[in-house]
Ligand binder design. Structure first.
Ligand code: ATP
Ligand code: MG
Length: 447
């Protein structure tokens, strides 16, 4: 994903265009893909890159004439360029009545954003609508600051504007850094400005400073970046040095973002594992409660059965006593019949038959009841056994899932760490080869 950087400062002549041209050329020299967008009606970046502004379609046509951006982008020796045109001076008037007028540039850059690693926008020296468009379209703001007495003047206005744009138009906008330009290490003034700037913006001022260099100011009139005009001059060396610092910070930022992402993923995985463990504990607790409930029901059924048996036994005991009493009653004195009538043998046989049948029926009833009870008990046990099997299966599945997830996360982390260390090594190798290349050229010149 391309990173869009607005090079801006509403103060004029502080080195915005010089920085845009030379940073673009140095990034290209370091093998990065760069698009330089000239957003200033003065067209200094366009001419500074050797483009005849009168003969080309550029940002004006893209923004206000619907000219396709892919066709407007020009290939130069050092970077690709979206040129400017003097007509762009009328942009503020054309923008005023437009809907979402602050987002026009953003929408126009969208289709090519991912084709470049860096898109640098050279802004005009004002905080008007064109600059607001550049800030709304950008991810970062790079501020060149001239090492002179009024350097800090207007910087607070610029920072306020950046803050407002961030609040209202572009929440992702951040300050990339401040670059001291036209620095003269021999003067007290330059050192004082540097000190004040570093105090005001701790950690945001680049260590590299761009010295005052005649060759830097001459290069644009030849339509070339200083890297081409004079590869050995102080200005070129300073911008190459600055580019190295810039890229190092980009890499560090990328690594940090990557680490933060990994950390977020790790925390999410931990959270998921914790939730799963809770779910497993909940399932186990539910199973335990079900088991307890089943045991309680078994116990109750047993007690009921015992109570019923006792009642049956009591009823039998009462019947037996009643029979005995009836057999003993004729022997008492009162109401004793003089002589018991002889039992009718047929009647006696029928009574005995009835009693036998009743006893038989009772026995059959009892057997049936026991059989039903036994079946009911078997059915309940079978249900419990199945529920337990299901629960075990569920636990096993969750355990396997968790293992697989842990393994995948571990593998991903290992791969990413490997990628990160390779990327870091690659960056170091690139930087080293850049510096060697630079000294190789120097040796040739001496020879
Ligand atoms: N480090 C430097 N040493 C000497 N001259 C420089 C240096 N940087 C820039 N200049 C010169 O200073 C002048 C202003 O620089 P530049 O055009 O880059 O500033 P700017 O901020 O883009 O200006 P503007 O606000 O008008 O767009 C130019 O003539 C440029 O060549
Ligand atoms: Mg300029």
């Amino acid at each position: 994903m391309g990173k869009i950087i607005a090079i801006t400062n509403q103060k004029g002549g502080v080195g915005k265009t010089t920085t845009a041209i030379n940073l673009a050329a140095s990034l290209h020299f370091r093998g990065r893909s760069v698009l330089l967008v000239d957003c200033d009606p003065q067209c200094n970046a366009t001419t500074g890159m050797g483009i005849d502004k009168s003969k080309v379609k550029g940002l004006y046509d893209v923004m206000f004439r619907d000219y396709p951006i892919q066709e407007a982008i020009l290939e130069t020796k050092h970077a690709q360029v979206l040129a400017s045109h003097a007509d762009l001076a009328g942009a503020n008037v054309e923008l005023v009545d437009m809907e979402r007028r602050e987002f026009l540039l953003k929408s126009k850059l969208e289709p090519v954003k991912d084709q470049y690693e860096y898109i640098l926008i050279d802004c005009p020296p004002s905080l008007e609508l064109l600059t607001l468009n550049a800030l709304s379209a950008s991810d970062r703001v790079l501020v060149p600051v001239q090492s002179e007495f009024y350097a800090l003047e207007g910087l607070s206005d610029l920072m306020n504007t950046v803050r407002l744009v961030k609040q209202r138009l572009n929440p992702g906008l951040e300050l990339e850094g401040l670059l001291l330009t036209m620095y003269d290490g021999r003067t007290r003034l330059s050192k004082d400005v540097e000190k004040a700037l570093r105090e005001h913006f701790p950690g945001k001022v680049y260590q590299t400073v761009i010295p005052r260099s005649i060759r830097l100011s001459e290069a644009p009139s030849h339509g070339m970046p200083c890297l081409e005009y004079d590869r050995m001059c102080r200005g070129t060396r300073a911008y190459l040095h600055f580019t190295n610092e810039f890229l190092k910070l980009q890499e560090a930022e990328r690594l940090q973002a990557e680490q933060e992402r990994l950390e977020r993923e790790r925390q999410a995985a931990e959270e998921a594992a914790r939730k799963e463990a809770e779910e497993r504990a909940r399932l186990a607790e539910e199973a335990r409660q079900r088991e307890e409930e089943a045991a309680r029901q078994r116990e109750e059924a047993k007690k009921l059965e015992e109570a019923r048996k006792r009642e049956l036994a009591q009823q039998r005991g009462k019947k037996k006593k009643g029979k005995q009493r009836r057999r003993q009653e004729p022997q008492t004195q009162e109401d004793k019949p003089q002589e018991a009538p002889p039992p009718d043998p047929e009647e006696e046989a029928r009574r005995l038959e009835r009693e036998r049948r009743a006893e038989e029926e009772r026995r059959q009833d009892e057997e049936l009841r026991r059989e039903l009870q036994r079946r009911e008990e078997e059915r309940r046990r079978e249900q419990e056994r199945r529920a337990e099997q299901e629960r075990q299966k569920e636990l096993e599945r969750l355990r396997k899932e968790e293992e697989a997830r842990r393994e995948a996360t571990h593998r991903q982390e290992k791969e990413r760490l490997k990628e990160l260390s390779e990327a870091q090594k690659q960056a170091e190798r690139e930087q080293e080869s850049g510096i060697l290349g630079f000294f190789g050229i120097k040796r040739k010149r001496k020879e």
